[in-house]
Design a protein around this ligand. Structure first.
Ligand code: HEC
Length: 211
């Protein structure tokens, strides 16, 4: 009997404490004590976010990893990658002087670069240009009426410079999207090397800007 005498007030007290956290009992607490735990001096989410310090520069951009296979940490010294846009593509196959001045940092015959180029090509390009670079063999050729007209491994593109291939990939052209934001500087050059290999396999001789 002794035990149960305390049970009821205990349950009532627990219920009061539990419910006390919710409105409207919480409002009662405000009436009695003048304040509640709802009113705190803490920040609400997204309240008063702090702006970046004055004169600070946004960190990192997708184009400038320090070396092949490294994570991009802003633009390191020694890797000077000029800026250009689709407007600089200029003459098909050549590009304007900014594009002509690009230098392939990857050895075109390097097996590691070639393997990386294949990996990236199979990830990004194959859907539209086909495993052998022939647009008509692309997975979406029947849905994209223009693709069969373009062969990345054909004679036309074999005659393009390395720099122009790199540039198309980076800024896109016509209906082809840009991949500069998704494929890094070094990987793009590896894809150029791989596309050159596809051209050789198709029986064409790549022009090769600096091969
Ligand atoms: C979403 C589909 C799509 C993807 C993915 C794609 N391309 Fe293209 N590509 C196109 C189209 C469409 C064209 C024709 C562009 C035009 O209208 O000038 C083209 C054109 C090209 C050309 C020039 C062909 C020529 O005859 O002048 C090259 C080179 C090329 N792409 C390489 C690549 C590489 C390398 C990748 C992977 C990084 C890639 N493309 C990914 C759709 C795509």
């Amino acid at each position: 009997m002794f035990r149960f005498r305390f049970a009821r007030p205990l349950v009532a007290a627990l219920a009061l404490i539990t419910l006390g956290g919710c409105k409207p009992l919480d409002d009662v607490a405000v009436l009695v004590f003048g304040r509640s735990m709802r009113n705190q001096r803490s920040f609400d989410p997204y309240e008063n976010p702090r702006g970046a310090p004055e004169n600070s520069v946004a960190f990192a951009s997708g184009n400038y990893p320090a070396a092949p296979g490294e994570v991009n940490l802003g633009q390191p010294e020694g890797v000077d990658v000029p800026r250009f846009t689709q407007l600089d593509l200029g003459t098909p196959g050549v590009g304007n002087e900014v594009i002509q001045g690009l230098v392939n940092p990857m050895d075109p015959n390097d097996a590691v670069s070639m393997a990386r180029g294949e990996e990236i090509y199979m990830r990004f390009c194959v859907v539209c240009h086909g495993p052998d670079g022939v647009g008509a063999n692309a997975y979406i050729a029947d849905k994209h009426p223009l693709l069969p007209a373009y062969n990345v491994s054909g004679e036309t593109v074999a005659a393009y410079s390395d720099q122009y291939l790199y540039a198309i990939m980076r800024v896109g052209r016509g209906l082809m999207p840009e991949y500069g934001s998704r494929i890094t500087h070094f990987d793009r050059w590896s894809v150029v090397n791989y596309v050159r290999q596809l051209q050789r396999q198709a029986g064409n001789t790549p022009a090769g800007g600096d091969e």
